[in-house]
Design a protein around this ligand. Sequence first.
Ligand code: LR7
Ligand code: MN
Length: 567
Amino acid sequence: MRRIRANAIAILTVAWILGTFYYLWQDNKPHTSPSSASQPRAVGIKSHGQKSASGRLEIHREDRTIPLIVTQPSRGEGQGQLMGTFDEKSYLASKQLKAGEDPYREHAFNLQESDRIGSERAIRDTRHYRCASVNFDPDLPPTSIIITFHNEARSTLLRTIKSVLTRSPPSLIQEIILVDDFSSDPEDCQLLSQIPKVRCLRNARREGLIRSRVRGAGAASATILTFLDSHCEVNTDWLQPMLQRVKEDHTRVVSPIIDVISLDNFAYLAASADLRGGFDWSLHFKWEQIPIEQKMARNDPTQPIRTPVIAGGIFVMDKSWFNHLGQYDTHMDIWGGENFELSFRVWMCGGSLEILPCSRVGHVFRKRHPYDFPEGNALTYIKNTRRAAEVWMDDYKQYYYAARPSAQGKAFGSIADRLALRQRLNCHSFRWYLENVYPELKIPEQEVVFSLLKQSGLCLESYTSDSLGLAECKSNIPASQKWMLIEPQIRQHDLCLTITAFTTGSKVRMEPCSPKESRQKWKARGPALQHVVSGLCLDSQPPVGPPVITQCRPQLASQSWEPQLVT
Ligand code: LR7
Ligand code: MN
């Protein structure tokens, strides 16, 4: 009897243990990739990090259980092979923080923490669990990784490089090109070239990230370029989804979801998978929710997300497509604006931009720039964004100037070569971009100001499109006497004051407005209205029949047009 009881207890115990294992295995299944099924799990935190409109980082946390996947060096590559003769300890030791030194001072993040956590650590696989079962072509093309930096901390730079080497299939990394943008210590870069595949280019003077990237891209030997900031940490299988999309269509420019590495404690936090890149009219980048219709249509969370703009620092692009589209605007300095210029150009000239949710890369978001801007931060940002607006935004640039009045009158250099590029590539208009790529960007309500155009007590009036002339100013002002003076156009609804030829004596009539029509461009010259291209002025002579354009003599009564606001 006792034996039977003992047996029963033993059987029950075994069944309980098996049951517990089965339960755990079931629970584990949907979250865990086949390669990581044997890895430990732990409680983690899911968070959403984004830069707010004010440029501050906002982190929203939501406690949740997420599998911890310890990402190991790729199979077959030992540490020794990966790092070659590079001596990590001495590289890091020579730049240790001194006792009592402010750990945020030099890099605007907590250097002490970055140094402490080491160059290699376990981070959570922050992808949706379905990403682990997505398949990629076995023959994806290798890529050149380009990292530009100016006075980056050694520990963050090394972590960026090491995570690339340990978390990418080695065959896909052709090389890592470091462009040292004239950092104070040339050894920051030089010593790293002891790591196999790592090359170091040093600028002879400070160029800024835009020209540095162009230099790096020029030196790249792979057919695909991958750009990274110098304080990143790539996550499990980050590279394959991006190479796959670019391999399938070389005009795609793709970005990962950019996870947040805390600038205080260097915790790796998952960003929301429902965000895309957007901006406001002042050309300030912001993360925004995917529009609700698109969100509803997304039944597969591994699908790419179309994005109007990319954040700028982390993306993959075919090298010949990068060259074909004109690389970057190399007249942009130091930092800022190049992501808009590239994004507008890619969309408007035949490509597309996507964020791939199955690719995750962590980035240390900071609240201030830790480096100097030789021309000043504000002026540089204005110069760069003004160039982007002037080349790509057509008449919509007026909203940029309205949102950033300080940009008016600031020098931005010649844009002739970029305009020629746009012409040569036969790119779409900015209006096309707004209608097809970013219809959610609200066009500001135009403050319509009407004005009378008075001459010797009479008012300019349009009767029909062909018939204009001076008439008695009516107290109950008719639409035919109200003019909108929106430089360079003189409008009535969608009709514009248009010259019929460029020679003196040519008649003036009303024609449908078109932003490109040079016959409709006017500017004020004293009391006169001068046609920009011909240089001739609006003249009410002959008094009968439509006005004409004649040699400018603003002192003539027949060329004097006094605007009077209609209130
Ligand atoms: O003079 C310089 N030379 C450089 O090489 C100044 C900077 N740099 C390097 C710098 O070391 C870093 O590697 O350029 C890179 C970007 O500079 P950060 O990290 O100081 O700026 P950021 O993270 O705010 O930059 C974001 O916006 C920039 C606009 O010009 C670039 O597009 C950055 O690449 C971009 N970073 C990202 O998109 C990562 C995600 C952040 C967001 C949003
Ligand atoms: Mn950065």
